[in-house]
Design a protein around this ligand. Structure first.
Ligand code: SAM
Ligand code: SF4
Ligand code: SF4
Ligand code: SF4
Length: 349
């Protein structure tokens, strides 16, 4: 197998893993660790280390938390003026935290909105009208500028998918670049039946997506759709984009899915997720971790698709390796064989 040693281009920077909300679907519910802001000492170290890697083009302020909660939110944008800055946010603190100079330093906002009033209150504890006022405020700060682009991320499930039609009516007036639909990654068995995707033959969802697509044309919105059923092709958006993820404690992990301890349910099968770290910035420089043979070998394996596939494996019902992400049946760790992100069911930016 050939090694894939591309320079590091994209860094997901988790300035904090705490949040001002407690969304029903959120990955954070299954955590055992206390949420934490990145410390000042670590933040300085992270900035210095990213600076030493000129190939880094994009910094995504996101991860598992709300970046606008971080005391270093503004400073980070100021510090990395020469890079592309993307921010994933719940959008509820724009009026409190955003200023025109900060907004001018951001290239892309991805804001999570996945319902109308009733659904947003139930699922996220957010008042829809207030959230729209936050979006209007952002648009005012942008003035006539094209950037930051504004993408909306809609996490689709049986509970909220019907809201997408009235939501498109509202979003059509809000200068949206893309409406990105991602599927729900159930965190526990009670959510398992809320998913819309299937392993095979999902005519129902294909027809629904067709209706959504037609409606979006009328509204002048561009929609990015996830897969409806299992496809042969796999693509890891982290490895293929030469990205890494720095947690608020300085761990270097490959992606969102393996960033924290938690759980997920893959086609009805519960799984324990553990953090998979290739090293901590406090004890080894970022560049050294990125070039470490173990991490390079891992990226090469994922990039070249040399790893097993659980969702369509005949042994999946009896296999003892599907209960966690420790090892796959090739003896490799971590186990990516059951990952629904690489299957284009679950998205991140
Ligand atoms: C973890 S959040 C962090 C950024 C920010 N707090 C927000 O909500 O946009 C990143 C994205 O993951 C989505 N998300 C959270 N839990 C999810 C789940 N169980 N399945 C799929 N997407 C989920 C959120 O809706 C959001 O769009
Ligand atoms: S706003 Fe984002 S990080 Fe916070 S609880 Fe909701 S999905 Fe999770
Ligand atoms: S780990 Fe291997 S044997 Fe087990 S279900 Fe996945 S692909 Fe099949
Ligand atoms: S394949 Fe999935 S689990 Fe593996 S690195 Fe990519 S996103 Fe993470």
């Amino acid at each position: 197998m050939q090694y894939h040693l591309n320079p590091l281009k994209k860094v997901y920077l988790e300035l904090t893993d705490s949040c001002n909300l407690e969304c029903e679907i959120c990955y954070r519910h299954q955590w055992v660790e206390e949420p934490r802001d990145m410390s000042e000492a670590l933040w300085k170290d992270v900035v210095a280390q990213i600076r030493e890697i000129p190939s880094v083009e994009t910094i995504v302020l996101g991860g598992m938390g709300e970046p606008l909660v971080s005391p270093f939110f503004h400073q980070t944008i100021e510090t990395f003026k020469d890079k592309q800055i993307w921010v994933t946010s719940n959008g509820t603190m724009f009026r409190e935290k955003l200023t025109a100079p900060t907004v001018a330093g951001i290239n892309l906002f991805i804001v999570s909105i996945d319902g109308m009033q009733e659904q947003m209150v139930k699922g996220r504890g957010v008042d829809f009208k207030e959230l729209m006022a936050e979006i209007d405020f952002l648009n005012q700060l942008k003035k006539e500028n094209d950037t930051p682009h504004l993408d909306i991320q809609f996490v689709a499930s049986r509970k909220n998918i019907d809201d997408i039609f009235p939501l498109m009516d509202v979003l059509a007036e809000k200068k949206i670049r893309n409406l990105v639909i991602s599927h729900l990654m159930p965190q526990h068995l009670e959510q398992a039946d809320d998913i819309l995707y299937k392993r095979y033959d999902n005519q129902e969802l294909k027809q629904l997506f067709h209706r959504i697509r037609n409606y979006s044309f009328k509204r002048g919105l561009r929609i990015i759709f996830p897969e409806t059923e299992l496809k042969t092709e796999r693509r890891c958006a982290f490895v293929n984009n030469d990205a890494t993820y720095i947690t608020s404690r300085g761990e270097i992990v490959p992606c969102y899915r393996l960033s924290h301890q938690g759980s997920e349910v893959v086609f009805g099968r519960p799984k324990v997720i553990r953090q998979y770290s290739f090293g901590n910035l406090k004890s080894k420089p970022l560049q050294a971790i990125w070039s470490d043979p173990g991490y390079v070998r891992f990226r090469s394996k994922i990039y070249n698709n040399h790893y097993p596939s659980c969702p369509d494996c005949d042994l999946v019902e009896g296999c003892s390796l599907i209960h966690d992400v420790d090892f796959d049946c090739h003896g490799e760790e971590p186990n990516c064989a059951d990952c629904l992100w690489a299957r284009k069911f679950v998205f991140c930016n």
